[in-house]
Design a protein around this ligand. Structure first.
Ligand code: SP5
Ligand code: ZN
Length: 350
């Protein structure tokens, strides 16, 4: 198992997210990443490195195949625009407060900065800070580098230790603590390196709405997600069982929503359904957006998986026998995060 970690992750450090009328401290913190690195130092699973140099131009070109150019330009310039409004903004995070929903037009090009933030951001929980763009771009580079190593046969499996996470980010939107869709970029990299069919099996607690939206009309990428039922759980407005893909991608999306309170036995049955779908698709390679916010002690989620369960999850994923890229997604009980992530990797290898 190769680990490709993001050297710039700590430069994304949001202060606050909006929750029920209050700004509360961000759940998605640099400490989460540091806890995974610390556990990997205690229980090594393979070589560790930052992305190999020399691929910057190809990586930027691939960003533009998954994400809209205007969206990427917005992310790259947002902090400078924010400071240009008022130098005192340096002490504040950027959050949207107005959105083009409910009959308002998305096809206009607002000059107002807040209107531009709301055009691209779909929730008020995902702050943009001074280093968010550098961190997100460097994290995406980890995902593409890990995919290249797997595609070249250098390793059978790799973890892109991405932070910020990615699976809620879509072609032209950020949200759910995500800016660039690392898993989609890994899947596209595998496709470009010769894998004809790629499966994405998302096991974060939350539905991977960004990934579904990116691939929903494509037949070359299967998207499968196990997650908290969106009737009660974030992101609410996507991730329902009747979403099966569109156009040429019809039949290439599978959502397996599970009720809050679900424990490993029920979760594991759904995983078997997901694995059967991946096998039936005859995928050449696998991407696993890995969130450990399914853990029983997670502060914002409501499944009841235990730490030992992650060993079995890794073993079940490894038994598919496919070249595999994991991306790091959610998990907000930072102190237990390392054990749970490394258990998946250790299970995969056994
Ligand atoms: C990558 C990922 O896991 N993103 C999840 C984004 C969830 N954002 C909504 C969080 C709602 C926070 N609820 C706080 C409850 C505190 N008691
Ligand atoms: Zn999550």
């Amino acid at each position: 198992m190769l680990i490709v970690h993001n050297p710039l992750q700590a430069s994304h450090a949001g202060r606050h997210e909006m929750f029920r009328g209050r700004l509360v401290p961000c759940h998605e913190t640099p400490e989460r990443f540091e806890q995974v690195m610390a556990e990997l130092a205690r229980r090594p699973v393979g070589p560790m490195r930052t992305p190999l140099p020399g691929h910057e131009a190809a990586d930027d070109a691939r960003l533009a195949r998954i994400h809209d150019a205007a969206y990427l330009a917005f992310l790259a310039g947002a902090w400078d625009e924010w400071l240009a409004l008022d130098a005192a903004n340096a002490a504040l995070d950027i959050l949207p407060s107005v959105w083009p929903n409910h009959g308002l037009r998305r096809d206009v090009s607002p000059l107002n900065f807040s209107a531009r933030v709301g055009l691209y951001g779909f929730d008020a929980g995902t702050p943009i800070t001074a280093g968010s763009w550098s961190a997100a771009r460097a994290g995406a580079a980890c995902a593409m580098d890990a995919a290249r190593a797997v595609a070249a046969g250098q390793v059978r499996a790799a973890l892109a230790l991405t932070r910020p996470p990615g699976h809620h980010a879509g072609p032209d939107f950020f949200g759910g603590y995500c800016f660039l869709n690392n898993a989609a970029l890994a899947a596209q990299t595998l496709r470009d390196a010769g894998a004809a069919r790629v499966a994405v099996l998302d096991i974060d607690y939350h539905h991977g709405n960004g990934t579904q939206t990116i691939f929903e009309a494509r037949s070359d990428v299967l998207t499968v997600s196990l997650h908290g039922d969106p009737r009660t759980e974030y992101p609410f407005y996507l991730g329902h069982a009747d979403e099966r893909g569109t156009g040429a991608g019809l039949g290439c999306n599978l959502n397996l929503p599970l009720p809050a309170g679900t424990g490993f036995e029920t979760w594991s049955d759904a995983l078997q359904t997901a694995l059967a779908a991946v096998r039936a698709f005859a995928a050449d390679a696998l991407v696993v957006p890995l969130g450990v916010d399914t853990w029983e002690g997670d502060p914002i989620s409501r499944f009841r998986l235990r730490s030992d369960d992650y060993l079995r999850i890794g073993a079940a994923l490894g038994a598919l026998g496919l070249p595999t890229v994991y991306t790091l997604e959610g998990g907000y009980a930072a102190a237990q995060m390392g054990v749970n992530v490394v258990n998946v990797l250790a299970g995969h290898l056994d």
